[in-house]
Design a protein around this ligand. Structure first.
Ligand code: PMP
Length: 292
């Protein structure tokens, strides 16, 4: 038997967890989600992820059928039922069943699903040698069309860029915003180091404000690394001393080649190394205990 899944108030085996083909999450990508991670029996930044889920839902007038506290407890319970300590957790809230029209008002019950799985970790080689990425020709959704700050089920924008990345033999792509400034990658935020200063695009550049991004900013402060949020172009990336990506799954992953240009001296830089070390230390000691 597979794992247990939480589906609208019940725990069901994953093979039996079914949603309606009239669910607007399926028909229109109308819904929101979160990707969360547990390390050694503790859920990392759980409350921050829950808060972001509730903010995403508010932005699309979607009612979450549990309180933040109840959701927190359900997430822990699913992990316990599946006897997981190191895990990837996916919380999905979809608009629910309606008719074939767009109108969310005709979907009376939103659906909440919690799926847990083992984490698929990137090969250690990437962390030691760095990743190669390209820039996608697909621009990140504009703030005035679909704000990337909403972690919605509508990921086609990112998937189009991901298709371009994989077609070129790499696993991530940088996405520019519609003004030509660097926004983020398909599933990760982007940082560069130039002249000793750590730089990342601000939320208004059109990004998902990553939880890992926030952790990195915190760590930089603690380590007295100069930090700035500002918009920049690809020129800054190509000429940077260091570059790395951040995300729940990827954690902090160095980038050593962008569009065929070697970043810095082609090796993982010292600022990136410090942040990776500190990040790993933090995930070992912090988090909401699953089994207490
Ligand atoms: N940007 C996008 C588009 C994402 O989907 C994600 C999450 N995978 C991130 C950034 C990183 O966010 P977090 O650190 O919260 O996982």
């Amino acid at each position: 038997m597979g794992r247990w899944v939480y589906l609208n108030g019940e725990y069901v085996p994953q093979e039996e967890a079914k949603i309606s083909i009239f669910d607007h999450g399926f028909l229109y990508g109308d819904g929101v989600f979160e990707g969360i991670r547990a390390y050694k029996g503790r859920v990392f930044r759980l409350d921050e992820h829950i808060q972001r889920l509730f903010r995403s839902a508010r932005a699309i007038s979607l009612k979450i059928p549990l309180s933040p506290h109840e959701l927190r407890e359900k997430i822990k319970e699913v992990l316990r039922k599946n006897e997981l300590k190191d895990a990837y957790i996916r919380v999905v809230v979809s608009r629910g069943e309606g008719d074939l029209g767009l109108d969310p008002e005709k979907c009376p019950y939103s659906q909440l699903i919690i799926i847990t799985d083992k984490i698929s970790i990137y090969p250690e080689k990437f962390y030691e040698e760095g990743l190669e990425v390209i820039t996608s020709s697909v621009r990140r959704n504009s703030l005035s069309a679909l704000d990337p700050g909403i972690k919605s089920l509508n990921y086609l924008n990112n998937i189009l860029a991901k298709l371009e990345a994989t077609a070129k033999g790499v696993s991530e792509a940088i996405m520019l915003n519609n003004h030509g400034y660097v926004a983020e990658c398909t599933g990760d935020n982007l940082f560069i180091v130039e002249g000793g200063v750590l730089v990342t695009p601000p939320a208004w550049a059109g990004i998902l404000k990553g939880i890992t991004r926030d952790v990195v900013i915190e760590l930089a402060r603690e380590e007295n690394i100069n930090f700035e949020e500002k918009v920049f172009t690809l020129f800054s990336v190509y000429t940077s001393d260091e570059c790395f990506l951040t995300g729940t799954a990827a954690e902090i992953i160095p980038v050593t080649r962008v569009d065929g240009r070697v970043i810095g001296d082609g090796r993982v830089g010292s600022v990136t190394k410090i942040l990776i070390k500190k990040f790993r230390e933090l995930t070992e000691k912090e988090g909401v205990p699953i089994y207490e």
